[in-house]
Design a protein around this ligand. Structure first.
Ligand code: XUL
Length: 532
């Protein structure tokens, strides 16, 4: 043997998203390798059919009501840890810290039994058999829910209007945000609300399962509630009062995104033979993706093409959207992030693909066969109620596109999504010259070429599409070093992990850019007319 030994350190990032759960483990020891060691994902619908979800959500006859079972997310966490420890290629005894990312806004309601139960889970029994009686609300409303317009109105009125609420919390009231969602629950089921001891976000609930005690909400995910004073990163008393009496006592505290909540509880260390790794507070998927795409300084933006399509970039100081379009969230790096969110993302692309019996290769070929700007023809891709702009009555609106013309519909959906992203990110006031693309559909270069042409910007693909899980792993690394008294600047944390793929750069094509400059204004008019 002999020679110098390099301390191996493994950091785990988990991403509990709308349709699937993903784990990404990185190695980032002192002076050692920097590499992604492990990446795995499974979809709830396929891996856990007993919960009856479709695309990760429960069937509902009302398109504005979208819920999922919190027991399923908890079960999936347990199952992912079980799967990862079986990977003999990774020495899990070197696991130093875990953090996570979760779909934003979804809320988990638990009763007082959770206080004791979280820390006394029996390692000999599966998690799912021990927590079923902890939920004071069996199903959780998620970010796709748009059934709280009444409560949004009430909150905005109580806080002095949409702008005042945006200036305080970073966003006007949005249907999916947790404050309006809690308000609706407290109003419709006062007994259920009374028996709720803690209202968690998906992120803070899953962190609580790992740490064996109730864990805090981080400012990144806390920004998606309409309840946090964004400038001070603490609960806003006036907003809490506008939701329900006694809410403050039911909410976890807000703590920095790099706080260590504890170590893995005995359930995990004994059941899976894991070391007592640090559990770092979790955050939302978009804040984690900000880190996982390397956007730790101003100037770059990322577009995530996942279940939701999102566009975001860092903002050194909060400048909320004055027209009510987008959001300012706290970033888990300590700065802020601007973001706009669309609900009709991957499910809309899939609906078009499936309607014409296509594979993804056929979908790309259809883009290749059709001219950019689709001869002035457009469609409004509102298969589901839309967030941006707010559309509560779903339905695709076609302009000169025949529903039977498969190719024109493929181009129509992609162009609509890219033009909507470009139009509704104008409020950020940034001239976008370079975009990092992430999420499942970012693997498709034909879709990304439309993005480059519509934005007149270079588009780059990253090594991994799982930027939320990677961002969570990088956050665990950053927090672990800080807790050891050896902090690393963010640029050093991400170095070597978020490099764009070589040869992945797509450049805008001048002729196409000109066509989209014209079409986007027509699209904006059709969008305005489509809502009213
Ligand atoms: C963000 C949002 C979605 C979810 C998807 O505001 O609603 O991007 O976080 O997981």
């Amino acid at each position: 043997m002999g020679g110098s030994t390099v301390a191996v350190a493994i950091y785990l990032g988990l991403d509990s998203s709308t349709q699937s759960v993903t784990a990404t483990a990185i190695e980032a020891g002192d002076g050692g390798r920097r590499t992604i060691l492990f990446e795995r994902s499974f979809r709830y619908d396929e891996a856990m059919p007993e919960y009856g979800t479709r695309y990760g959500v429960l069937p509902s006859s009302d398109p504005t009501i979208v819920h999922a079972p919190p027991l399923m997310w908890s079960h999936a966490l347990d199952r992912m840890i079980d799967e990862l420890v079986r990977d003999a290629d990774v020495d899990w005894s070197a696991l130093r810290a875990i953090s996570g990312s979760a779909q934003q806004h979804g809320s988990v309601y638990v009763n007082a039994l959770a206080r004791g139960r979280l820390g006394s889970l029996e390692p000999g029994l599966p998690l799912v058999e021990q927590i079923g009686d902890l939920f004071s609300r069996r199903t959780s409303p998620i970010w796709m829910d748009s059934s709280t317009s009444f409560d949004c109105g009430a909150m905005e009125t109580a806080l002095g209007g949409p702008r005042a609420l945006a200036n305080l919390t970073g966003s006007r009231a949005f249907e999916r945000f947790t404050g309006p969602q809690i308000r609706k629950f407290a109003r419709e089921d006062p007994d259920g609300f009374a028996s709720t001891d803690r209202v968690h976000l998906v992120s803070s609930w899953l962190a609580s399962l790992l740490a064996g005690r109730h864990v805090a909400i981080d400012p990144g995910d806390g920004s998606g509630m309409n309840l946090m004073d964004l400038a001070h990163k603490r609960w806003a008393p006036d907003a809490l009062r506008a939701v329900a009496p006694g809410l403050e006592a039911k909410l976890p505290p807000i703590e920095d995104s790099w706080s260590v909540a504890g170590t893995l509880s005995p359930y995990w260390t004994k059941r899976y033979n894991l070391p007592p790794a640090r559990v770092v507070v979790w955050s939302g998927d978009n804040p984690c993706s900000l880190v996982g795409t390397g956007l730790v300084s101003e100037g770059l933006v990322a577009v995530s093409l996942g279940t939701s399509d999102t566009i975001f970039g860092i903002m050194p100081t909060p400048r909320p959207s004055q027209d009510g379009t987008g959001h300012v969230f706290a970033s888990p790096t300590g700065a802020y992030m601007g973001m706009t969110v669309f609900k009709n993302g991957s499910l809309a692309r899939e609906r078009i693909r499936d309607a014409y019996g296509m594979s993804w290769a056929d979908f790309s070929a259809a883009l290749g066969r059709t001219p950019p700007a689709n001869q002035g023809r457009t469609l409004l891709p509102w298969f589901d109620p839309e967030i941006t702009p707010l559309v509560l009555t779903p339905g695709v609106r076609r302009h000169q596109i025949d529903a039977s013309d498969a190719d024109a519909n493929v181009r129509g959906v992609v162009e609509a999504q890219m033009m909507a992203l470009a139009l509704h990110s104008r409020w950020m006031g940034v001239r976008i010259r370079k975009i990092y693309a992430t999420g499942g559909a970012a693997a498709n270069r034909d879709i990304l070429q439309v993005m480059a042409d519509v934005f007149e910007a270079e588009v780059l693909q990253l090594e991994t599409g799982n930027s939320a899980a990677l961002g969570a792993a990088l956050r665990a690394f950053h927090a672990d070093r800080l807790a050891d008294g050896r902090p690393l600047p963010w640029e050093e944390v991400i170095a070597g992990f978020v490099t764009p793929k070589s040869d992945s750069k797509l450049k805008p094509h001048a002729g196409h850019v000109a066509a989209y400059k014209k079409l986007i204004e027509t699209y904006a008019e059709r969008e305005r007319a489509g809502i009213s």
